[in-house]
Design a protein around this ligand. Structure first.
Ligand code: F6R
Length: 608
């Protein structure tokens, strides 16, 4: 949610800032801006809409000279996506320019105070107060000015600051929003995400909350919140450049769908040693886990849907109560937790505001917490007692695909581990499950090979304006994700419904030619779902049935079918979701949608 970048070095800053912002555009794309310091002046350019508008306006950055600057790509929170609300924001004396990701929670009070002092506001944003505070506290000592300003702020912020009185210098401040420094040779960077840095350097420094950096082309000094200089470790990014590029695909989403066998391999393979699941990296001991008698899983969006699958799987294998709740609800609910509870949070980015809040709530109650996260060293991974990384590699498309399937794989792996540890499953069943988990990459490839068939189905059904996904048990869990995927990238209305619930009201919406996608892969409930298919067919619905390849009985009951390879039921969601991702992708493509950057969305939702 908003991306910020900074550069200081010997090359021209504007083209570099624009290129780096392109890598962060997935975080927000309703407006963008850059500000560059040149000969004791700050020159800025801002444009509404996607970054390409700013690139055109500045002729690829060539119209702005200077070797030190900051940039921003926005997902509007305070104020509409207008040029005035776009970052960078300037102080009234035009000395300071600021970019910001996060929310300044006390901005209304600060705005009133600064207005009283005579400062003129140009925007409706929360960020602009920072620019005016910098001017207000400016005493010529930039470090002191930044510290005084930051001491007035409440909320979450990653800030990038440039000042015309301090040529070639940047300040970057982190509190509860991601901020990473890039260490080059005679050139230094900051960014909300490593993807913007890897074309320049693989050496990065992850700032922690409260820390700030003074960056020049000679080097970086890092300070703690009290202004004491500290030394931080330089980490090496091991993602390859290709991971962050489209690699010949039309969209990141399609590339990431196709990468799922590889991602699943990285998620499970290192954790199975001699056919035994090894989670020793997790940070929670077997003794900790043996004490657990109830689990709360929380997350947002697709990660929540991965949690819903996890809920079914853990209950089935471990026979303990599992509550699955969206984080934005859980955090305000005072959920019962005790010393035998485990809170599991799931997040691709590791920065989702509501998930972080729910995690903090659990930590305050003193219960054990486990995070299933993709982004290494993210806020969530640092906060939780235990971490299992999903190892999916960078996910750029706003709609998650490999992020989700690897989350399901890891929580399933955890469920199998816990059930064995607590003696809930037999050795034979354990071995069978481990073998099936190992086969996930290969089976996933087999569903990806259905690509052409799914594309044909999408061409057949792309102009339906409202449809239902139905299923029971884990098929229902998958239908939640299938429906979200379709909605978010194709803007077609769809609802996921527990198949057995239809007749309690919603069946009133079934009318001739209404498309129903019936997920009937879970063997135990196959016959029941078939009855629900008959009910909607009797009312004129068109049905696309999705079933395991040996369940040919479905053919006579539906209008079209998609058969997927068999796998043990608890792992079915991973295999079943992939064709639904492809279906959403091709439907969106047929409808001419901007697949990687759907309207109103942004990846990494760092605001509540
Ligand atoms: C949908 C999607 C979102 C995220 C949600 C949580 O395709 O990507 O629903 O799943 O915003 O994000 P993370 O996993 O980063 O916490």
């Amino acid at each position: 949610m908003c991306g910020i970048v900074g550069f200081t070095g010997v090359e021209q800053a504007a083209p570099i800032l624009l290129r780096n912002l392109q890598k962060l555009e997935y975080r927000g794309y309703d407006s963008a801006g850059i500000a560059v310091e040149c000969d004791g002046k700050i020159v800025s350019a801002r444009a509404v809409g996607k970054l390409v508008n700013l690139i055109e306006q500045t002729e690829d950055g060539k119209t702005i000279t200077g070797t030190c600057g900051i940039g921003h790509t926005r997902w509007a929170t305070h104020g509409s996506p207008s040029e005035n609300n776009a970052h960078p924001h300037m102080s009234n004396n035009n000395k300071f320019a600021v970019v910001h990701n996060g929310i300044i929670e006390n901005y209304i009070a600060l705005r009133a105070e600064l207005t009283e002092l005579g400062y003129q506001f140009q925007s409706e944003t929360d960020t602009e107060v920072v620019a005016h505070l910098l001017e207000y506290y400016d005493n010529g000592d930039m470090k002191a000015t930044v510290m005084k300003t930051v001491s007035r702020l409440q909320g979450s912020y990653a800030l990038g600051i440039v000042c015309s009185d301090h040529p070639g210098e940047l300040y970057a401040v982190k509190n509860q929003s991601p901020l990473i420094l890039g260490v080059g040779i005679n050139e230094f960077f900051f960014s909300s995400d490593v993807t913007a840095l890897i074309t320049h350097t693989r050496n990065v420094i992850y700032l922690d909350d409260g820390e700030f950096a003074h960056i020049t082309k000679e080097g970086i000094q890092i300070y703690d919140e009290f202004g004491k200089e500290i030394q931080k470790k330089i980490s090496r990014i091991d993602w390859s450049l290709e991971d962050a590029e489209k690699g010949g695909y039309d969209h990141f989403m399609l590339k990431e769908i196709m990468e799922q066998p590889k991602a699943l391999k990285s998620a499970v393979e290192p954790r199975i040693i001699n056919n035994v699941i090894n989670l020793s990296e997790m940070g929670l001991s077997d003794d900790d886990l043996k004490k657990i008698d109830n689990i709360i899983i929380t997350a947002c969006g697709s990660a929540y849907h991965a949690g819903v699958v996890g809920g079914y799987v853990i209950e089935d294998l471990c026979h303990i109560p599992v509550r699955v709740e969206v984080a934005s609800e859980l955090r305000y609910r005072n959920p019962p937790m005790n010393e035998r509870s485990l809170l599991v949070v799931i997040s691709q980015s590791g920065e989702t505001a509501d998930t972080i809040a729910a995690l903090k709530l659990a930590k305050e109650s003193g219960i054990k917490t486990l995070a299933i996260v993709n982004v290494v060293d993210s806020t969530i991974s640092k906060l939780a007692d235990g971490v299992l990384y999903t190892n999916a590699g960078p996910e750029i498309a706003v709609a998650t695909t490999k992020g989700y399937t690897t989350q399901v794989a890891v929580i399933s792996l955890f469920a199998v581990y816990l059930s064995k540890l607590t003696g809930k499953i037999s050795d034979e069943y354990y071995s069978e499950l481990v073998a099936d988990i190992k086969s996930l990459p290969e089976r996933c490839q087999r569903v990806i090979d259905l690509n052409t068939k799914v594309e044909k189905l999408a061409k057949q059904y792309y102009n339906n304006q409202s449809l239902f996904f139905i299923g029971r048990n884990i098929d229902y869990a998958v239908s939640l994700e299938a429906s979200l995927k379709l909605k978010e990238i194709s803007y077609i209305h769809s609802e996921a419904y527990a198949a057995g619930e239809l007749k309690h009201g919603t069946i009133a919406l079934i009318e001739p030619n209404r498309l129903v996608i019936a997920l009937a892969c879970y063997e135990k409930t196959f016959d029941k779902t078939m009855s629900n298919i008959k009910e909607v067919k009797a009312r004129g619905a068109k049905v696309l049935g999705v079933a395991q390849e040996d369940n040919k009985r479905i053919i006579s009951e539906v209008d079209s079918t998609l058969f997927i390879p068999q796998i043990t039921p608890i792992l079915m969601p991973i295999i079943e979701t992939v064709p639904m991702q492809l279906f959403a992708y091709y439907v969106a493509r047929e409808n001419g949608c901007d697949i990687d950057k759907p309207k109103n969305l942004a990846k990494s939702v760092t605001v509540e």
